[in-house]
Write a protein that binds this ligand. Structure first.
Ligand code: ADP
Length: 723
């Protein structure tokens, strides 16, 4: 695979995916953990609630049961009281049926003004007490005798009910019969009991009087400190109404609180160590409580046992609510401790049984149990949530890396390929592995790369072509430069040669002319000779100047008058013009001109100059008696040949004879002959017309000049110029 630079994009993509995914995972984890805690808290709360409800229910049931038991106990007492009251009514309403009975001991009037029946040794007897100043009526004493009928009932009542400590009847004029016997003498002597006992002053009487008990039902007193020294007491009492409707007195059964608590409250047991039970009367009076209750309610010692008077608003409100009857649950604050107060009425007498249970002792153990149970589950759930999140995280990391690799691999391949392109490796192709935008990018790159390769190849071809053209142009330029240099050299040589060529005749002319001017030569014949020499030099100069002029025109490539001529007639015409001159030179002329030669494209005058120059040279270098041949024949072009039987040209001269001012090194006529420009002019003219010239020679065997003339192009035969 193609490796690119450090995978920064990939890292960025992976990091982005991680960040994007991490956040929801974190949030989800936090959310899950928080939810677990919420659910757990809710579960704990719900558990607490449920268990609290269960506890409440248990307490209520227990309370109900206890209430029933207590009610049963109290009912027993009330039933006894009710029975005693009924019997009393009968006994007192029917004097004709119930004759007064005599007590074992007679009534004894004491010094303090009261009367009583002193204690007898018989435990089953009652004591009669008449308060000082009691306003006795005529029937009062008889009624005392009648109440004795109750004596066995009193004994029976106490025997039947372990809670009862005393049973008695008090008639409204302060006549009391009580069982068991009481030592009134001692009690009054010690000041525990008043000699002038007025029953209306004591709750164990007035609670059932017509004012306090208009319904004439069994009632209960508030707890009171017993006047007979038996401690705290409550009394169940009932009024006695005669059959004529007259209120006659009450019957009552005393129950000491100690007994009551022992008999009723002691049987109540709580699981909660701080819980206790107490009996509450509707006016807020605590009738009895389990020992813990006295400290908890703060009613021990001398303090009032009435909850309405303790200064605790919550407790007062609770007491009022409980006193209103009904059953339920209240929560109060006692000394900073929350307490549940479960309450239920004791049906028979308007009392309520209350269970006080510290809230903490109900809730805390539940909380502890539930938390102990749930903590383990919470830990398991948390572990699961965290493990799941970690797994998700690992998955996201793997996916992010894979995804970023998948996304960036083609890009890195592209980068590497682009790098390869940069190194000149055109046409590189990347395998397309994806059908998405990146795949499209790779495809586009491949296409671009291929096109680039084509482009580069085309460019290279063009560059090669241009280079070749340039090289050719350079060659041409070099050739031109060479020519320019050669031309320059030639020019310099020409100037030097021309100067040289001019200097010689001009010096001669100068010398001869000076000699004539200075009169050094006076002989007329010699003067004539001098003038002849001067004249010939001038002629020579003239020819030289003509030749130079002609040459310069040729080299300047001045346009020539090229026309098409029939080669045969034209050359025949030229040959004819040579005859006279050859005769003068005593040379024979051989002319062989092929008939019907094609038309040639030439400057007629120039061509004539060529023929004249060649023939002139031939005449010059051919001794008299020699022969000069003029031939023309058709080859590829029209070929013209001028040959002589003269002295020929030395091999070392052959290559130079067409150069300017070259006259041959061993040329015997060198000093007297021309300026060495003739052949140069000939060659220039022939080449200017598009032909070529060659020379063949052997010293002493004459020489042959052959030149070609361009023929007219095919199809132009009829456009010959007139000769
Ligand atoms: P020139 O004016 O001196 O004749 P050319 O250019 O015509 O100059 O000739 C150059 C030289 O070539 C001559 O000097 C001569 O040496 C040689 N040459 C030319 N034509 C002939 C010929 N037909 N036979 C022998 N030598 C010749």
């Amino acid at each position: 695979m193609v490796r690119g630079p450090k995978n920064k994009l990939g890292n960025r993509i992976a990091a982005t995916i991680l960040v994007v995914a991490l956040l929801p995972i974190l949030l989800s984890t936090i959310g899950t953990l928080s939810t677990i805690h919420d659910i757990t808290d809710a579960a704990v709360l719900e558990g607490q609630r449920q268990v609290t409800l269960a506890v409440e229910s248990v307490q209520k049931n227990s309370l109900e049961n206890q209430t029933k038991l207590v009610n049963a106990e109290l009912s027993k007492i009330e039933n006894s009281v009710s029975y005693l009251a009924t019997v009393s009514q009968q006994v007192l309403s029917h004097p004709e049926l119930f004759k007064p009975l005599k007590d074992a001991t007679a009534l004894k009037k004491e010094a303090d003004g009261y009367e009583w029946t002193p204690i007898s040794s018989n435990k089953n007897l009652t004591t009669v007490f008449i308060g000082k100043g009691a306003r006795l009526s005529s029937g009062s004493l008889a009624d005392i005798g009648r109440t004795k009928y109750l004596e066995p009932l009193f004994v029976n009542a106490l025997a039947q009910d372990s809670h009862a400590v005393a049973a008695y009847i008090i008639l409204r004029e302060s006549i009391t019969r009580i069982y068991p016997q009481l030592d009134f003498h001692t009690m009054i002597a010690k000041g525990w009991f008043p000699a002038e006992f007025d029953p209306y002053q004591f709750n164990f009487f007035y609670t059932a009087d017509p004012t306090h008990d208009p319904a004439r039902k069994v009632v209960w007193t508030a707890p009171y400190l017993d006047v007979t020294g038996r401690g705290w007491m409550v009394t169940s009492l009932m009024p006695i109404y005669l059959e004529n409707g007259q209120f006659r007195g009450i019957v009552g059964v005393d129950v000491t609180l100690q007994n009551l608590v022992k008999g009723i409250l002691d049987d109540i047991h709580f699981q909660q160590p701080g819980a206790y039970a107490f009996l509450l009367r509707s006016d807020g009076q605590v009738i009895a409580a389990q020992p813990k209750g006295y400290s908890s309610l703060d009613i021990s010692g001398t303090k009032s046992a009435n909850l309405l008077q303790l200064g605790n608003q919550q407790l007062s409100a609770a007491a009022r609510q409980i006193g209103a009857g009904g059953s339920g649950l209240l929560t109060v604050d006692l000394h900073g401790l929350k307490q549940y107060l479960f309450y239920a009425p004791l049906g028979v007498n308007g009392w309520s049984m209350v269970f006080a249970v510290p809230v903490a002792e109900v809730v805390n153990p539940i909380e502890d149990t539930i938390q102990a149970n749930t903590r383990k589950q919470v830990q398991t759930l948390e572990l699961r949530a965290i493990t799941t999140s970690l797994l998700a995280l690992v998955l996201v990391v793997i996916l992010a890396v894979l995804f970023s690799y998948r996304v960036t691999r083609p890009i890195r391949q592209l980068m590497a390929a682009v790098g390869t392109l940069g190194n000149g490796d055109n046409g590189v192709q990347i395998p397309v592995t994806q059908k998405d935008e990146i795949g499209l990018l790779v495809l586009t790159f491949n296409e671009m790369s291929a096109r680039m390769k084509n482009l580069v190849e085309n460019l290279e071809a063009k560059v090669r072509e241009r280079t070749s053209l340039l090289r050719k142009a350079l060659e041409r330029q070099k050739e031109v430069n060479r020519k320019i240099l050669a031309s320059e050299r030639a020019r310099r040589t020409l100037i030097a040669s021309v100067s040289h060529e001019l200097r010689t005749p001009i010096s001669a002319i100068q010398g001869y002319t000076e000699a004539l001017r200075d009169g050094i030569v006076k002989d007329p014949q010699e003067v004539a000779n001098y003038l002849e020499i001067i004249y010939r030099r001038v002629i020579g100069l003239n020819i030289l100047i003509d030749d130079l002029f002609c040459l310069s025109r040729l080299e300047a490539h001045l346009p020539m008058d090229i026309q098409t001529y029939g080669a045969t007639p034209l050359l025949t015409q030229f040959a004819g013009a040579l005859k006279t001159e050859l005769e003068v030179a005593k040379l024979s002329l051989e002319v062989e001109i092929q008939a019907n030669l094609p038309g040639i494209c030439v400057d007629k005058e120039r061509l004539n100059q060529v023929v004249v120059n060649l023939v002139t040279n031939a005449i010059k270098f051919t001794p008299a008696g020699g022969k000069i041949s003029f031939r023309a024949y058709a080859a590829e072009n029209v070929m013209v040949e001028v040959s002589d039987t003269g002295i020929g040209i030395a091999p070392e001269d052959l290559t130079h004879i067409f150069e300017r001012f070259y006259r041959g090194k061993r040329n015997p006529l060198r000093r007297t002959r021309g300026h060495g420009l003739g052949l140069t002019i000939v060659k220039e003219i022939i080449e200017a017309m598009g032909g070529q010239i060659w020379v063949f020679s052997q010293p002493g065997q004459g020489c042959t000049f052959t030149f070609s003339l361009p023929v007219e192009p095919a199809g132009h035969e009829n456009k010959l110029s007139e000769n």
